[in-house]
Design a protein around this ligand. Structure first.
Ligand code: MN3
Length: 207
């Protein structure tokens, strides 16, 4: 992925069928090749006439809204957020058949913040289910403490004190082809395909 404009569609780090049966190949193909591709296209289109933004990274575009012209602010927030959030979402999953909790420092921080891994799972599930309409449930690093928050649309939990670690995408496009309205089944199953090594990498990056 280019760090700056023009942004490109990052290939999936696994095959379309790799996350089955939790996420079907059809769902994953539409999600990546259509939905994410559209966010990339629209982001580049919005940036194209604004040369002053061409050397900014995606994180800068999303965290320095004062430098983004009013006319493209919403386009960049929505589509830049769509690109950023999906890159994390796809990278934070991997083929797996078991519900395996993380280890080491990440597990210690989860236990410190939530009391136990089970409580963490319950809180992230409840948050993901309570997102009204489209959005994400997020595990974030908030000033060195793990926290769970829900965010609408393609908003990004990225501020001076907050860094996104792990998203569960609860837009209908993430699960509807396969699960229809059963968001809870999708979220429950999603826990078994989390790539904890990637989450740990992001945790170290956030420090
Ligand atoms: Mn999505």
């Amino acid at each position: 992925m280019n760090e700056t404009y023009p942004f490109s569609l990052e290939p999936l780090p696994y095959e379309y069928h790799a996350l089955e049966p939790v996420i079907s190949a059809e769902t994953l193909k539409f999600h990546h090749d259509k939905h994410l591709a559209t966010y990339v296209e629209k982001l580049n289109k919005a940036l194209e006439p604004h040369k002053e933004l061409h050397n900014m990274t995606l994180e800068q575009l999303l965290t320095e809204p004062l430098t983004v012209p009013e006319t493209v602010k919403t386009e960049i927030k929505n589509n830049g957020g769509g690109v950023y959030n999906h890159q994390i979402y796809f990278a934070s999953m991997k083929p797996s058949s078991d519900f395996i909790p993380p280890e080491g420092q990440l597990m210690t921080m989860i236990e410190t913040a939530f009391g136990s891994f089970d409580t963490f799972v319950k809180q992230l599930t409840d948050t993901a289910l309570s997102v009204f309409g489209s959005g994400y449930g997020w595990l974030v690093n908030h000033d060195g403490m793990l926290e769970i928050i829900g965010m609408p649309n393609q908003d990004v939990p990225l501020t001076a004190s907050m860094y996104p670690l792990l998203p569960v995408d609860v837009w209908e496009h993430a699960y509807y082809l396969q699960y229809q309205n059963r968001r809870m089944d999708y979220v429950n199953n999603w826990f078994s395909i989390i790539n904890w090594d990637y989450v740990e990498q992001r945790l170290n990056k956030a420090k």
